[in-house]
Design a protein around this ligand. Structure first.
Ligand code: ADP
Ligand code: MG
Length: 256
Protein backbone atom coordinates (compact mmCIF):
# COMPACT_ATOMS: atom_id res chain seq x y z
CA UNK A 1 0.00 0.00 0.00
CA UNK A 2 1.32 3.43 -0.95
CA UNK A 3 2.11 5.87 1.86
CA UNK A 4 0.80 8.66 -0.35
CA UNK A 5 -1.32 8.14 -3.46
CA UNK A 6 -1.82 10.89 -6.00
CA UNK A 7 -4.67 9.95 -8.31
CA UNK A 8 -5.46 11.92 -11.48
CA UNK A 9 -4.90 15.28 -9.79
CA UNK A 10 -5.84 18.30 -11.91
CA UNK A 11 -5.57 21.96 -11.07
CA UNK A 12 -6.02 25.15 -13.10
CA UNK A 13 -5.51 28.77 -12.16
CA UNK A 14 -7.67 30.80 -14.54
CA UNK A 15 -7.00 29.48 -18.03
CA UNK A 16 -3.64 27.88 -17.08
CA UNK A 17 -3.60 24.11 -16.52
CA UNK A 18 -1.02 23.91 -13.78
CA UNK A 19 -1.43 20.18 -13.07
CA UNK A 20 -2.69 18.20 -16.04
CA UNK A 21 -3.51 14.82 -14.49
CA UNK A 22 -0.89 13.65 -12.05
CA UNK A 23 -0.67 10.01 -10.94
CA UNK A 24 2.03 8.93 -8.51
CA UNK A 25 2.31 6.36 -5.73
CA UNK A 26 4.91 7.07 -3.02
CA UNK A 27 5.93 4.00 -1.07
CA UNK A 28 6.21 3.78 2.70
CA UNK A 29 9.61 5.10 3.86
CA UNK A 30 10.57 6.36 0.43
CA UNK A 31 12.47 9.60 -0.25
CA UNK A 32 10.64 10.88 -3.33
CA UNK A 33 11.83 14.10 -4.90
CA UNK A 34 9.71 16.20 -7.23
CA UNK A 35 12.11 18.02 -9.47
CA UNK A 36 11.55 20.37 -12.36
CA UNK A 37 12.01 23.94 -13.52
CA UNK A 38 10.48 26.88 -11.71
CA UNK A 39 6.76 27.25 -12.42
CA UNK A 40 6.13 23.60 -13.47
CA UNK A 41 3.65 23.01 -10.62
CA UNK A 42 5.71 21.37 -7.85
CA UNK A 43 4.57 23.61 -5.00
CA UNK A 44 0.96 23.42 -6.13
CA UNK A 45 1.07 19.61 -6.03
CA UNK A 46 2.70 19.60 -2.57
CA UNK A 47 0.11 22.05 -1.25
CA UNK A 48 -2.69 19.84 -2.59
CA UNK A 49 -1.17 16.79 -0.84
CA UNK A 50 -0.99 18.84 2.38
CA UNK A 51 -4.58 20.04 2.01
CA UNK A 52 -3.54 23.69 1.79
CA UNK A 53 -4.97 23.95 -1.72
CA UNK A 54 -7.99 22.16 -3.21
CA UNK A 55 -7.65 20.19 -6.45
CA UNK A 56 -10.15 20.61 -9.29
CA UNK A 57 -10.30 16.85 -9.93
CA UNK A 58 -8.69 13.66 -8.63
CA UNK A 59 -7.93 12.36 -5.16
CA UNK A 60 -5.15 12.18 -2.57
CA UNK A 61 -4.81 9.15 -0.31
CA UNK A 62 -2.58 8.74 2.73
CA UNK A 63 -2.01 5.27 4.15
CA UNK A 64 -4.58 3.94 1.67
CA UNK A 65 -7.40 6.28 2.78
CA UNK A 66 -8.75 9.18 0.75
CA UNK A 67 -8.04 12.39 2.67
CA UNK A 68 -9.72 14.89 0.33
CA UNK A 69 -12.25 15.84 3.02
CA UNK A 70 -9.62 16.14 5.77
CA UNK A 71 -8.15 19.38 6.99
CA UNK A 72 -4.34 19.73 6.82
CA UNK A 73 -4.00 19.03 10.56
CA UNK A 74 -5.88 15.72 10.19
CA UNK A 75 -3.65 14.33 7.42
CA UNK A 76 -0.79 13.17 9.67
CA UNK A 77 1.88 15.03 7.76
CA UNK A 78 4.19 17.94 8.42
CA UNK A 79 5.43 20.50 5.95
CA UNK A 80 8.70 22.47 5.95
CA UNK A 81 8.76 25.53 3.72
CA UNK A 82 11.47 27.56 2.08
CA UNK A 83 10.64 30.47 4.37
CA UNK A 84 10.92 28.98 7.83
CA UNK A 85 8.20 31.17 9.32
CA UNK A 86 9.53 30.95 12.88
CA UNK A 87 7.89 33.11 15.57
CA UNK A 88 10.45 35.91 16.03
CA UNK A 89 9.43 36.70 19.64
CA UNK A 90 9.68 33.07 20.83
CA UNK A 91 12.85 31.15 21.69
CA UNK A 92 13.99 28.14 19.69
CA UNK A 93 12.53 25.81 22.34
CA UNK A 94 9.20 27.64 22.33
CA UNK A 95 9.10 27.58 18.53
CA UNK A 96 9.63 23.83 18.43
CA UNK A 97 7.02 23.36 21.17
CA UNK A 98 4.24 25.19 19.32
CA UNK A 99 2.63 22.10 17.68
CA UNK A 100 2.79 20.20 21.00
CA UNK A 101 1.14 23.04 22.92
CA UNK A 102 -1.57 23.17 20.28
CA UNK A 103 -2.23 19.49 20.72
CA UNK A 104 -1.93 19.16 24.50
CA UNK A 105 -3.12 22.36 26.11
CA UNK A 106 -6.56 23.98 26.19
CA UNK A 107 -7.14 27.15 24.17
CA UNK A 108 -6.84 29.41 27.20
CA UNK A 109 -3.55 27.81 28.22
CA UNK A 110 -1.90 27.63 24.84
CA UNK A 111 -2.45 31.36 24.23
CA UNK A 112 -0.28 33.27 24.80
CA UNK A 113 2.35 30.75 23.84
CA UNK A 114 4.43 31.69 26.87
CA UNK A 115 3.25 32.56 30.39
CA UNK A 116 1.80 31.13 33.60
CA UNK A 117 0.21 27.67 33.44
CA UNK A 118 -2.28 25.80 35.61
CA UNK A 119 -0.82 22.86 37.62
CA UNK A 120 -2.31 20.36 35.17
CA UNK A 121 -0.90 22.22 32.19
CA UNK A 122 2.46 22.53 33.97
CA UNK A 123 2.63 18.71 34.13
CA UNK A 124 2.06 18.55 30.41
CA UNK A 125 4.69 21.22 29.92
CA UNK A 126 7.33 19.00 31.53
CA UNK A 127 6.50 16.32 28.97
CA UNK A 128 6.50 18.87 26.14
CA UNK A 129 9.92 20.17 27.23
CA UNK A 130 11.26 16.61 27.21
CA UNK A 131 10.07 16.02 23.65
CA UNK A 132 11.47 19.37 22.50
CA UNK A 133 14.87 18.52 24.01
CA UNK A 134 14.92 15.06 22.40
CA UNK A 135 14.26 16.50 18.94
CA UNK A 136 16.74 19.36 19.49
CA UNK A 137 19.45 16.88 20.45
CA UNK A 138 18.75 14.84 17.33
CA UNK A 139 19.18 17.99 15.21
CA UNK A 140 22.20 19.21 17.17
CA UNK A 141 20.53 22.45 18.30
CA UNK A 142 19.99 21.63 22.00
CA UNK A 143 22.51 24.35 22.94
CA UNK A 144 20.36 26.95 21.13
CA UNK A 145 17.01 26.32 22.85
CA UNK A 146 16.97 29.69 24.68
CA UNK A 147 17.98 31.83 21.70
CA UNK A 148 15.66 33.84 19.48
CA UNK A 149 15.52 33.14 15.72
CA UNK A 150 17.32 36.38 14.83
CA UNK A 151 20.38 35.16 16.79
CA UNK A 152 20.66 32.07 14.56
CA UNK A 153 22.36 31.36 11.24
CA UNK A 154 20.31 30.30 8.21
CA UNK A 155 21.21 26.65 8.69
CA UNK A 156 20.26 26.74 12.38
CA UNK A 157 16.90 28.36 11.59
CA UNK A 158 16.29 25.66 9.04
CA UNK A 159 16.93 23.02 11.68
CA UNK A 160 14.46 24.69 14.05
CA UNK A 161 11.82 24.53 11.29
CA UNK A 162 12.59 20.83 10.78
CA UNK A 163 12.38 20.33 14.57
CA UNK A 164 8.97 21.95 14.66
CA UNK A 165 7.87 19.48 11.98
CA UNK A 166 9.47 16.50 13.78
CA UNK A 167 7.64 16.98 17.11
CA UNK A 168 4.39 16.33 15.29
CA UNK A 169 5.68 12.81 14.65
CA UNK A 170 4.14 12.74 11.18
CA UNK A 171 3.91 9.74 8.87
CA UNK A 172 4.91 11.94 5.95
CA UNK A 173 7.28 14.93 5.69
CA UNK A 174 6.65 17.40 2.90
CA UNK A 175 9.53 19.77 2.16
CA UNK A 176 9.28 22.57 -0.38
CA UNK A 177 12.74 23.84 -1.39
CA UNK A 178 13.85 23.97 2.27
CA UNK A 179 17.47 24.73 1.38
CA UNK A 180 17.06 27.39 -1.28
CA UNK A 181 17.66 30.31 1.13
CA UNK A 182 21.02 28.92 2.24
CA UNK A 183 24.42 29.63 0.71
CA UNK A 184 25.88 27.01 -1.65
CA UNK A 185 28.28 25.40 0.82
CA UNK A 186 25.72 25.04 3.58
CA UNK A 187 23.19 23.73 1.08
CA UNK A 188 25.48 20.85 0.17
CA UNK A 189 26.07 20.10 3.86
CA UNK A 190 22.33 20.18 4.68
CA UNK A 191 21.61 17.70 1.88
CA UNK A 192 23.54 15.10 3.82
CA UNK A 193 21.77 16.06 7.03
CA UNK A 194 18.33 15.68 5.49
CA UNK A 195 19.28 12.34 3.94
CA UNK A 196 20.55 11.18 7.37
CA UNK A 197 17.37 12.41 9.04
CA UNK A 198 15.31 10.42 6.56
CA UNK A 199 17.35 7.31 7.27
CA UNK A 200 17.10 7.64 11.03
CA UNK A 201 13.37 8.39 11.11
CA UNK A 202 12.39 5.87 8.43
CA UNK A 203 9.34 7.97 7.51
CA UNK A 204 8.17 8.91 4.04
CA UNK A 205 9.61 12.13 2.58
CA UNK A 206 8.29 14.08 -0.38
CA UNK A 207 10.87 16.68 -1.24
CA UNK A 208 10.53 19.45 -3.82
CA UNK A 209 13.44 21.16 -5.52
CA UNK A 210 14.35 22.85 -8.78
CA UNK A 211 17.99 21.87 -8.13
CA UNK A 212 18.73 18.70 -10.10
CA UNK A 213 21.98 18.01 -8.21
CA UNK A 214 20.07 18.05 -4.92
CA UNK A 215 17.52 15.60 -6.33
CA UNK A 216 20.20 13.27 -7.65
CA UNK A 217 22.06 12.95 -4.34
CA UNK A 218 19.28 12.43 -1.80
CA UNK A 219 16.42 10.53 -3.36
CA UNK A 220 15.32 6.92 -3.63
CA UNK A 221 13.28 7.97 -6.67
CA UNK A 222 12.79 11.23 -8.48
CA UNK A 223 9.73 12.43 -10.34
CA UNK A 224 10.65 14.82 -13.13
CA UNK A 225 7.92 17.38 -13.70
CA UNK A 226 7.53 19.70 -16.68
CA UNK A 227 4.65 22.06 -17.37
CA UNK A 228 2.20 20.22 -15.14
CA UNK A 229 3.02 16.69 -16.31
CA UNK A 230 5.20 13.94 -14.81
CA UNK A 231 7.67 13.01 -17.52
CA UNK A 232 9.68 10.33 -15.74
CA UNK A 233 9.59 8.60 -12.35
CA UNK A 234 12.64 6.47 -11.59
CA UNK A 235 15.70 6.09 -9.35
CA UNK A 236 18.25 8.89 -9.91
CA UNK A 237 20.78 6.69 -11.71
CA UNK A 238 18.16 5.53 -14.17
CA UNK A 239 17.05 9.08 -14.95
CA UNK A 240 20.67 10.05 -15.44
CA UNK A 241 21.55 7.06 -17.63
CA UNK A 242 18.35 6.94 -19.58
CA UNK A 243 16.39 10.21 -19.62
CA UNK A 244 12.83 9.68 -20.87
CA UNK A 245 12.99 12.50 -23.39
CA UNK A 246 15.01 15.46 -24.56
CA UNK A 247 13.49 17.85 -22.00
CA UNK A 248 14.61 15.60 -19.15
CA UNK A 249 18.07 15.26 -20.67
CA UNK A 250 18.38 19.02 -21.03
CA UNK A 251 17.18 19.72 -17.51
CA UNK A 252 19.21 17.03 -15.73
CA UNK A 253 22.32 17.64 -17.81
CA UNK A 254 22.35 21.41 -17.51
CA UNK A 255 24.84 23.00 -15.12
CA UNK A 256 23.33 24.84 -12.11
P1 ADP B 1 6.83 25.54 -8.88
O1 ADP B 1 6.69 25.29 -7.44
O2 ADP B 1 7.18 24.33 -9.70
O3 ADP B 1 7.78 26.67 -9.18
P2 ADP B 1 4.10 26.45 -8.68
O4 ADP B 1 3.29 25.26 -8.30
O5 ADP B 1 4.40 27.43 -7.62
O6 ADP B 1 5.41 26.00 -9.46
O7 ADP B 1 3.32 27.26 -9.82
C1 ADP B 1 2.89 26.65 -11.03
C2 ADP B 1 2.16 27.67 -11.87
O8 ADP B 1 0.93 28.04 -11.25
C3 ADP B 1 2.92 28.96 -12.08
O9 ADP B 1 2.67 29.41 -13.38
C4 ADP B 1 2.32 29.91 -11.08
O10 ADP B 1 2.41 31.23 -11.50
C5 ADP B 1 0.88 29.43 -11.01
N1 ADP B 1 0.25 29.65 -9.69
C6 ADP B 1 0.64 29.05 -8.54
N2 ADP B 1 -0.16 29.43 -7.52
C7 ADP B 1 -1.07 30.27 -8.04
C8 ADP B 1 -2.19 31.01 -7.52
N3 ADP B 1 -2.53 30.91 -6.22
N4 ADP B 1 -2.91 31.77 -8.37
C9 ADP B 1 -2.59 31.84 -9.68
N5 ADP B 1 -1.57 31.18 -10.25
C10 ADP B 1 -0.82 30.41 -9.45
MG1 MG C 1 7.70 26.15 -5.81
Amino acid sequence: MAAVGIHAIQKSFGSTDVLKSIDLAIEDGEFMTLVGPSGCGKSTLLRIIAGLEAQDAGSISIGGKAVDDRRPSARNLAMVFQSYALYPHLTVGQNIAVPLRMRNLSMTERLPLVGRLSPKAAGKKVEIDRQVRRVAEQLDIAHLLDRKPKQLSGGQRQRVAVGRAMVRDPNVFLMDEPLSNLDAKLRVHMRTEIADLHRSLGTTFIYVTHDQAEAMTMSSRIAVMMEGDLIQVAPPAEVYDDPADIRVAEFIGSPK
